[in-house]
Design a protein around this ligand. Structure first.
Ligand code: RIB
Length: 294
């Protein structure tokens, strides 16, 4: 079984600030970093750090070639990442004194995916292989359709959530990864709806699909039809939450691929993401397998 992440690769420009800058305000940053990031690339790195063979597909500009070196160093196969003449995706990230972030995205190559590339990439994967997508690239709909035709097992992390999600063929998705807000949005419910109700709604709307709902310090929930599982978090001092969700997704899937049952996979993913939030950075903060699988 092969694992394909078809998703974003970003250059993360990270500012460490006291608070997220307000409209009209100018503030200073205690540090400035230029890191490898993007939800797709972070999830690919998490899967690889967890010990899986991972293939990444997407698009960057020449300015982002260091992303390939970083991913290759973690063992990710990047032969399906194309390099075009424009700019790589950029994420302008502020991390405040509580470790919370705000992010502005420029799509760059992530917004330039086309159907010819999709057909070429998907044709090298077979029935039962896993595909994981997020919502930071163009043509997600076309990727889902091509993956479904090829009978891949489709995983979607609809993040960042926007109106585009509702235009996707969501009935083809086998497994959703959502946080509290994404879960409520996908369910069409108010954002303060209890998690159990969100889960009931989503398992009802998507029968046969797995729903993994992460709720920060309130733990992680799993639903499939009438089945439910829950695990609490490993409480740690929060340094930087950027990439915590990507770490959870990568480690949950890696644990499942290694044969862990749902509860164990939730525990593994919860531990991995708690390690990630206790460190600075996104992709850099994802732990290695030896720190998680003891
Ligand atoms: O999930 C974290 C990621 O979101 C960052 O690495 C940034 O690139 C944005 O895509």
């Amino acid at each position: 079984m092969k694992v394909l992440v078809y998703g974003s690769l970003n250059i993360d420009i990270v500012f460490t600030v006291d608070h997220i800058v307000l409209p009209g305000e100018t503030i200073s940053s205690a540090s400035f970093e230029r890191n490898a990031g993007g939800k797709g690339a972070n999830q690919a790195a998490a899967l690889a750090k967890a010990g899986l063979d991972v293939f990444m597909a997407g698009k960057i500009g020449i300015d982002g070639e260091f992303l390939l070196r970083v991913l290759n160093a973690y063992g990710v196969d990047t032969s399906n990442v194309s390099v075009y003449e424009g700019s790589t995706g950029n994420a302008l990230i502020q991390v405040d004194r509580n470790g919370q972030n705000s992010i502005v995205l420029y799509a760059g190559g992530n917004g330039d995916i086309n159907t010819l590339e999709i057909e070429r990439v998907i044709s090298s994967f077979d029935a039962g292989d896993f595909i994981i997508m997020q919502n930071e690239i163009s043509c997600t709909k076309e990727i889902i359709i091509a993956a479904k035709k090829r009978d891949l097992k489709i995983h979607l992390n609809p993040s960042p959530y926007n109106e585009k999600i509702e235009t996707l063929p969501l009935e083809a998705v086998d497994c959703f990864f959502v946080n509290e807000l994404e879960g409520a949005s996908l369910a069409g419910l108010p954002k303060d709806t209890p998690f159990a109700d969100v889960l009931d709604n989503l398992t009802g709307r998507f029968p046969g699909s797995e729903i993994i709902l992460t709720a920060g310090k309130k733990g992680a929930y799993y639903g499939l039809n009438d089945a439910r599982k829950y695990v609490g978090i490993v409480d740690v001092p929060v340094v930087d939450t950027t990439g915590a969700g990507d770490t959870f997704t990568g480690y949950f899937l890696a644990a499942r691929a290694k044969g862990f049952v749902i509860r164990e996979a939730l525990e593994v993913a919860s531990k991995a993401s708690s390690i990630a939030v206790s460190r600075k950075g996104a992709m850099d903060s994802v732990p290695f397998a030896k720190e998680v699988f003891l």
